[in-house]
Write a protein of this length. Structure first.
Length: 401
C-alpha cells in the first residue's frame, strides 16, 4: 500500500487509510461474533473461502492500474556476497593491519572495523595478484568493510533472536487449545448466553493496551526493548502456569461429572476461568511485538531495516510452526514405556496441564538463556560496548576508493 500511495492528494490518502483501518479492525470482530451463530463447519470454512476468492478477483481487476517499481535487489544479498567472498579467500592470511582492508569513501554510511568474527574479514582482503579495478567489478569476490560489519552484526543477533521463537510457541496456544477448551465449557452468565469471541475480544484489548503501555515506558530508557522482551517472556511463564492450573481444575470437574468419555458434553465450569490466560496471552503478544520491533529497528544495519517488520512476524511465525513440532515431540516422549500419551483423541482424555507445565519450564529456561545472551550481545546504543569491540577508524590509512 505504501507503493500505491502517491501522497499527491492528502484528502484521498486520509480517506483510504481510514477505510483500511475501519475494515481491518471491524471485519474480524464482526466475523468473530458471527461464527458463534454459524454451526456447520462447512459454512464456517466456506464463507471465508468465498470471501477470499471474491477479494482476490477484485484485487486482480485493478492490477493493470497499480503503480509498479523496478526491483533494486534484496538487502540480504550482501550477506551471501560476504560469505562467498570470504570462502573464496579462505587460504589468504589476515593482514596485520585492518587498514589494508577494502572500503569506499563515496558512501555516506561507514561502519568501523571490529575484532569479532575475523574469519569474515577475508571478504575485504585486496588480492595483490589482481588489479584493484578488476576486483571491484566482481562484488562476489571483494566486499567493503561496512558490508562485512553489517554481516557480522546480523550473525551476532542470531543467538538472541533464537530465544524469541519460544514466545511464538506459547502464544500459539491461544488460537488452538484455549479455544477448544472454551468451546466445551459453560458460556452462560446467569440467563445470558455469552458468545465465545468475547474471550478473543479481551485478548485483543489486552494486546493493544499492553503494547501501548510498553511503548510509552520503553521510550524512557534505552534498555526498553531488552526489558520488554524479558517481560513478555515472564508473561509467557505466568500464562503457561495459569493455563496448567485451570486445565487441572477442568479435568477434575470432568472426572467428577463422569464426562471423560463424553467429549461433546458441556463441562459445568464457566469459560471465564480461561479469561486470565487470554489476558496474559494478549499482554505477551502486545509487549513482545512492540519490543522485538523496537529492538530490531535499533540493531539491524540500515541496509536491511526495511525488513524489520517481516523479521518480527517471522520469529513469532516460526514459533507457531514450532508449537506443532513441540506437541508431536512431547506426545512421543510422554507415550514412551507403554504410558498413555498426553495428547489423546479428546481434550477430556488428554493431559494438557502437563503440556502447559512443560511450556512453563521451557519458558523459564528460555528466559535465563535470554538474559545471559543479552548480556553477551554488544548493543549499538551502548557506547562503552562499541568502544571495546571497535578499532580506531582512520580514513587516511584505510584502503579507500
Amino acid at each position: 500500500m505504501a507503493d500505491q500511495d502517491s501522497h499527491s492528494n492528502h484528502r484521498d490518502s486520509m480517506l483510504c487509510h481510514l477505510f483500511m483501518s475501519f475494515t481491518v479492525i471491524h471485519v474480524p470482530i464482526a466475523g468473530a461474533f458471527a461464527i458463534h451463530y454459524i454451526k456447520p463447519w462447512s459454512m464456517r470454512y466456506g464463507i471465508p473461502a468465498i470471501c477470499t476468492l471474491v477479494a482476490t478477483l477484485i484485487f486482480l481487476t485493478g492490477s493493470c492500474s497499480y503503480r509498479t517499481y523496478r526491483p533494486y535487489g534484496s538487502p540480504l544479498t550482501v550477506l551471501f556476497r560476504v560469505f562467498v567472498a570470504s570462502a573464496s579467500k579462505i587460504f589468504q592470511k589476515h593482514p596485520r593491519d585492518s587498514s589494508h582492508l577494502y572500503e569506499r569513501r563515496d558512501d555516506y554510511y561507514l561502519i568501523p572495523h571490529t575484532r569479532r568474527l575475523r574469519c569474515l574479514d577475508k571478504a575485504a582482503i585486496i588480492l595483490a595478484t589482481q588489479p584493484l579495478e578488476q576486483q571491484e567489478n566482481n562484488s562476489w569476490r571483494l566486499c567493503r568493510v561496512t558490508e562485512v560489519e553489517e554481516t557480522k552484526s546480523i550473525l551476532c543477533m542470531i543467538p538472541i533472536c533464537m530465544t524469541l521463537i519460544l514466545i511464538g510457541v506459547v502464544s500459539s496456544i491461544g488460537t488452538s487449545f484455549c479455544i477448544e477448551q472454551a468451546t466445551h465449557m459453560n458460556n452462560e452468565v446467569g440467563r445470558t448466553t455469552v458468545p465465545l469471541p468475547i474471550l478473543v475480544w479481551f485478548y485483543t484489548l489486552a494486546k493493544q493496551l499492553f503494547g501501548k503501555l510498553n511503548f510509552q515506558i520503553a521510550e524512557l530508557t534505552r534498555y526498553g526493548p531488552r526489558i520488554g522482551i524479558a517481560v513478555s517472556m515472564i508473561f509467557g511463564i505466568l500464562c503457561s502456569i495459569t493455563a496448567a492450573k485451570v486445565e487441572t481444575r477442568r479435568l477434575g470437574v470432568v472426572k467428577l461429572h463422569g464426562l471423560i468419555d463424553k467429549p461433546e458434553e458441556t463441562v459445568p465450569m464457566s469459560m471465564f476461568w480461561l479469561l486470565p490466560q487470554f489476558l496474559l496471552l494478549g499482554g505477551l503478544e502486545g509487549i513482545a511485538e512492540n519490543s522485538i520491533d523496537s529492538f530490531l529497528v535499533k540493531q539491524v544495519p540500515p541496509s536491511v531495516d526495511q525488513c524489520v517488520v517481516r523479521f518480527c512476524v517471522a520469529f513469532l511465525g516460526v514459533g507457531s510452526i514450532g508449537s506443532v513440532l513441540s506437541v508431536y515431540v512431547v506426545g512421543e516422549i510422554s507415550g514412551q514405556g507403554g504410558k498413555p500419551s498426553w495428547f489423546q483423541d479428546t481434550l477430556n482424555k488428554s493431559r494438557l496441564d502437563h503440556y502447559y507445565w512443560t511450556l512453563a519450564a521451557l519458558s523459564e529456561a528460555n528466559l535465563v538463556l535470554y538474559v545471559w545472551v543479552s548480556f553477551w550481545y554488544a548493543y549499538k546504543d551502548s557506547r562503552s560496548e562499541d568502544d571495546e569491540t571497535a578499532e580506531p577508524f582512520d580514513e587516511d590509512h584505510v584502503q579507500l576508493i
